[in-house]
Design a protein around this ligand. Structure first.
Ligand code: NAD
Length: 520
């Protein structure tokens, strides 16, 4: 089976195995509803993380191509913003249907390019699809405000689109994060230039194809490719009014700082270090199973992965059972039906994760389950790291301070809930946190005192459904308006207030006033 140009553009066939692709095709640009071959001189090989075989080549879009994408989006904005909300809603209904129809196809592209298991990739798609489904309710979500402020006078508030907006996406959720951005941006009347991760752009391209099939007019959604040069172009381009970024701290701080300095609205979700606190009164089996899934699922490459557990008191003794559960996880190519976790994204990432594991040992922690040098017989060249558990981890250690972004769970142990809360609050990140307890009062105290944006109570990965927003906190976020939900709608719209006076001829007063109108 080969990834033919047809496979990129039609529903079948698509690849569902890690077999070598005989004739890898280049990844296309998506401009004005057309898939185009780039004229790039720089190309990046994209490898299947399970085998390191080449899947495709991704272009560094040329300056002309980047300018053409913005031209296209700017042109489209003029007419797209004039379409009625109901027209956009109908396209979104259709888009949602098509995402469901091609759910497996998008997921397969993710498994091939990103490495996560097919079942997990389906979750990646569904979490994005739910944002699109929620966007269908725009007709009630975008209602404004109105007040009769004076006799015959009313003030009305509208939310209007910004114009051309950009989305810069990370590798770890190739469908979900593009879909955090696209549906709320277009349903509110904006047009989009998206740069998916250069490491796995395939899912975004399928999404583009489906958006076109759903009836999205030319230029409303465009996809460009590349790394820093593409990002620099988007940051400097004055016609781009807002940037949605999800990714690492380094890139995010840069994009936020330069983007806002250039007058753009920027929302940036950054790195994380998510703790789960295990209280002695928790349901042991429930807590340990939840933690194994949350720590090792997606090979730990989720921004909401649990990467540290904090045992309180006696629960320190539960770690041996956790190790047994983790040992039983099946590590393999993501298309293998029994795989629990797949490879990490690249050999460089594997090397970085393994060096962080070693650093913990060097700094006095104990590796009680070591996933380094993990051998998956069928996929000898893959970037596999087995589940790893490190006890005795303390603040100050590299493995605690840095985001590992791999299947590595650090264990810190304290004696009281207060100490656990203090430990979490001292961490610079504030993306997600969880507590396992059977006590309502413990949960209540925790919820109030914890400085973290997304709190799980007996829920290990508390990512809110899109009725709400993704609410990271502290160093895990830059910008004021969160992704999706009400805040997402607000990010992609600017307010306009209209004050209107409709007075009958005979009620027009004589004379005039030069004083500040007070609308008494
Ligand atoms: P990354 O920062 O390497 O890449 C993200 C995007 O930024 C990509 O499109 C990439 O091309 C671009 N980029 C990378 N380096 C750049 C640079 N120097 N200048 C300009 N652009 C640059 O991130 P990643 O490795 O793809 O994703 C993993 C990171 O994303 C983790 O830190 C994870 O926690 C974070 N993440 C956060 C959330 C969240 O909601 N908080 C969600 C998912 C991922």
């Amino acid at each position: 089976r080969t990834l033919s140009a047809t496979a990129m553009r039609t529903r079948t066939p698509y690849i569902t195995s890690h077999e070598r692709i005989e004739h890898p095709q280049n990844t296309k640009l998506f401009l004005d509803n057309q898939f185009l071959e780039s004229k790039a001189t720089t190309w990046m090989d994209l490898h299947d993380p399970a085998t390191n075989n080449i899947v495709t080549r991704v272009p560094q879009s040329t300056t002309d191509e980047l300018a053409a994408a913005v031209d296209s989006a700017a042109r489209a904005f003029k007419s797209w913003r004039k379409t009625t909300l109901l027209t956009r809603q109908q396209i979104m209904f259709k888009f949602v249907q098509l995402l469901r129809r091609d759910w497996d196809r998008i997921a397969a592209s993710i498994t091939l390019e990103q490495g996560k298991t097919f079942a997990d990739a389906k979750g990646d798609v569904l979490r994005g699809l739910q944002v699109a489904e929620t966007a269908c309710g725009v007709t009630t979500q975008l209602t404004g405000e109105l007040l009769e402020v004076s006799t015959d006078m009313e003030t009305r508030c509208y939310r209007e689109p910004l114009g051309v907006v950009a989305a810069i996406c990370p590798f770890n959720f190739p469908a979900m994060i593009p879909l955090w951005c696209l549906p709320p941006a277009i349903i509110t009347g904006n047009t989009v230039v998206m740069k998916p991760s250069e490491r796995d752009p395939g899912a975004a391209l399928i999404i583009a194809e489906l958006a076109k099939e759903a009836g999205l007019p030319d230029g409303v959604f465009n996809i460009v490719h590349g790394t820093a040069p593409t990002v620099d172009f988007l940051i400097e381009e004055p016609r781009i009014k807002a940037i949605s970024f999800v990714g690492s701290d380094r890139a995010g701080k840069y994009i936020y700082t330069r983007g806002t300095a250039n007058g753009k609205r920027v929302q940036a979700n950054l790195g994380a270090k998510n703790h789960a606190i295990i209280m002695p009164d928790s349901n042991k089996s429930q807590a340990l199973k939840a933690i194994v899934g949350a720590a090792f699922g997606a090979a730990g490459q989720r921004c909401m992965a649990v990467s540290v557990i904090v045992t309180v008191g006696v629960t320190k003794q539960w770690i041996s059972e956790l190790v047994e559960l983790a040992k039983n996880l099946k590590v393999s190519g993501g298309f293998e039906p029994d795989a629990d976790l797949g490879p990490v994204i690249s050999p460089q990432s594997k090397a970085r994760i393994e060096s962080l594991i070693q650093s913990a040992a060097d700094e006095g922690a104990e590796i009680v389950l070591d996933g380094r040098g993990y051998n998956v017989e069928k996929y000898a060249n893959g970037n596999f790291v087995g589940p790893t558990i490190i006890t005795g981890v303390k603040p100050g250690m590299r493995a605690y301070e840095e985001e590992i972004f791999g299947p590595v769970l650090s264990v810190a142990s304290v004696d009281t809930l207060d100490e656990a809360i203090a430990l979490v609050n001292a961490n610079k990140y504030g993306n997600g946190v969880a507590i396992f307890t059977s006590s309502g009062s413990v949960a209540s105290k925790f919820q109030k005192e914890i400085e973290c944006g997304q709190v799980g109570i007996n829920v290990p990965i508390p990512v809110p459904l899109p009725t709400f927003s993704f609410t990271g906190n502290k160093s895990s976020i830059l910008g004021d308006l969160n992704f999706y939900g009400k805040a997402g709608m607000h990010f992609y719209t600017q307010m306009k207030t209209v004050t209107a006076l409709w007075r009958s001829e005979d009620a027009v007063p004589e004379g005039f006033s030069v004083n500040m109108p007070t609308q008494k």
